[in-house]
Design a protein around this ligand. Structure first.
Ligand code: ADE
Length: 244
């Protein structure tokens, strides 16, 4: 997977992505990162890329031409049009299925805005996907781009050590993850659930599934509508939901 990021803060993106699992994935050549400074395409000696909004109002707007020139340099290198994700609170809310779909692409461009946004005309020209990471307003698109690249990277083959863990974690079946425990067996008088010490794999699987269902009912009941539950599991919920 090749990530390109059009931004006024390339160091922020590089530093964020160079650490931990995404950093290792880059070392292994499983993903690559090309952070492009939009300011390099300013086309004037003051390297200015923003101006006042027509019609008045607070703040500055990123101008169309530097953004277009930065994108166009990528298109020329690739030799074809690229999928361009613009990070904006006005976009479609990011979710796991979207991450899975984007992970199928060979190359993705993230366009990060700042100030009061980007001139609409260049957005119309180059953006293919308008995406928000949630209903709150951040100072720029860099953190949202990193959130998306992180979620997408872990779905790229070989990035996680354990291939199954990308699959089995939260949201795959519209259920939350079950609780995890590690040594010691007793910590501050709290004991690890005995079933996990039993070595009985079928019972462990059953317990984990139940825990996932109960947790989802407690914390994210909205997800349960999409979850595929057996009749027995629905019964379990009816009995327990008041107690969880
Ligand atoms: N830019 C500012 N806030 C944002 C958000 N919530 N999602 C995506 N991009 C943004």
């Amino acid at each position: 997977m090749k990530f390109h990021v059009l931004t006024l803060f390339p160091e922020m993106i590089e530093q964020g992505m160079n650490t931990s699992i995404t950093g290792r994935a880059m070392e292994k050549g499983l993903i690559s990162l090309n952070a492009v400074n939009i300011r390099d395409f300013a086309g004037n000696k003051h390297m200015k890329v923003d101006d006042y909004p027509y019609g008045g109002g607070a703040g500055m707007v990123m101008q169309a031409e530097p953004v277009y020139a930065a994108y166009h340099s990528l298109e020329e290198q690739a030799g074809h049009k690229l999928r361009v994700v613009y990070l904006t609170p006005q976009g479609k809310t990011f979710h796991q299925k979207m991450a899975e779909e984007l992970a199928q692409e060979e190359e993705l461009v993230f366009l990060c805005g700042h100030y009061e946004g980007i001139d609409e005309r260049v957005l119309e020209e180059v953006v293919t996907d308008f995406v928000s990471i949630g209903d709150y307003v951040l100072t720029g698109g860099e953190l949202p781009a990193m959130v998306m690249m992180d979620a997408i990277s872990r779905l790229v083959g070989g990035v996680l050590n354990n291939e199954t863990s990308a699959q089995s974690e939260s949201f795959q079946d519209s259920l939350l993850e079950y609780p995890q425990y590690s040594r010691p067996e007793i910590w501050r008088d709290k004991v690890v659930p005995p079933v996990l010490m039993s070595g009985h794999h079928a019972n462990i699987e059953k317990w984990r599934r139940e825990q996932s269902i109960l947790r989802t009912a407690k914390w994210r009941p909205d997800l349960l509508e999409k979850a595929e539950l057996t009749k027995k599991e629905r019964e379990l919920l009816k009995g327990e939901v008041g107690n969880v």
